[in-house]
Design a protein around this ligand. Structure first.
Ligand code: ADP
Ligand code: X2W
Length: 266
């Protein structure tokens, strides 16, 4: 069965319309496809850090992660957020298994930056596909928190978009980023537009010119990496509307499709 990897951003987790989880469960129960959720949690991590008076900085959308910040990221994402997503799927009539990348070596990780400037930020070096397959075969939806571990047992904070891209690449599924914007946007002649399709070269230009910034940088990079790894489709859609996910699954044009091909247009 086809796999759809849904990366649900921290930006939308608390704001998803009621039918979001019902749509995901319906896909599974009707054997249309096997959904896998990878979630983020940036805003909730920020809240806890702010309460603890811990400052946090980002480099190109990645959080510089000290030992203390890693502890908070793990507590927030693998703890409360992961279990809330599992609960929401249950309430929508599904069964889900919540895991972090630490469990069953689901996401083996290495430091993203060998200079050490980003601290305990990881990238996925290997995905335990058979564990995911096992869960899906039991009729359950895997829900993944993006914390990884290396051979020595060191944990890493992994950007959710990068984790989702690695999972999609391993499973050769479709990759859908569910975020708080209608897609990749740009101001053209004074008006905001949503790009329906974007190719690699355009994306690099948009990063260089600052049109794509912050959390959108790891998203588009992860989308492109997944495509080069053989993923069928990488999309960015809006999690704030009750219709985008359903429309996308029904084959209608929503959000931004990232392509490897040549340019253009809106
Ligand atoms: N060109 C762009 N189009 C749309 N959003 C952009 C763009 N560049 C940067 N962004 C920012 O990226 C954010 C989405 O990334 P992020 O906050 O990390 O979301 P998530 O938690 O869903 O992963 C948007 O809310 C917006 O502020
Ligand atoms: C290394 C790194 O940046 N990790 C992210 C993990 C959470 C995440 O990716 O959350 P969103 O999906 O909400 O952006 C962080 O600490 O914020």
């Amino acid at each position: 069965m086809k796999r759809v990897i849904l990366k649900v951003g921290g930006s939308v987790l608390a704001k998803l319309p009621k039918n979001f989880y019902r749509t995901v469960v319906a896909l599974k129960n009707a054997n249309i496809c096997d959904p896998i959720i990878v979630h983020g949690g940036g805003p909730e991590i920020n809240q806890v850090l702010t309460k603890s008076h811990v400052e946090s900085t980002f480099v190109e959308g990645l959080r510089v992660t000290t030992k203390e910040i890693l502890h908070v990221a793990e507590m927030v994402m693998s703890g409360s957020i992961n279990k809330q997503v599992v609960t929401n799927l249950k309430k929508a009539g599904g069964e889900a298994v919540g895991l972090s990348g630490v469990d069953g070596s689901l996401l083996e990780a290495t430091p993203v930056d060998s200079s050490g400037n980003l601290g305990f930020v990881g990238r996925v070096s290997k995905v335990n596909e058979s564990l995911l397959t096992l869960i899906m075969k039991q009729g359950m939806i895997p829900v993944i928190s993006p914390i990884g571990m290396d051979d020595s047992g060191q944990h890493y904070n992994i950007n959710g978009d990068m984790a989702a891209s690695a999972v999609a690449s391993a499973l050769k599924g479709k990759l859908v980023f569910v975020s708080d914007i209608p897609g990749v946007m740009e101001i053209v002649d004074g008006n905001p537009i949503v790009h329906k399709k974007l190719a690699e070269q355009e994306i690099y230009k948009m990063i260089d010119s600052g049109v794509i910034y912050g959390g959108m940088i790891p998203k588009v990079r992860s989308a492109m990496n997944a495509l080069s790894a053989g993923v069928e489709e990488s999309m960015i859609i809006n999690g704030l509307t009750p219709t985008d996910l359903k429309e996308y699954l029904e084959g209608n044009e929503v959000g931004t499709k990232i392509t490897t091909g040549e340019v253009r247009h809106v």
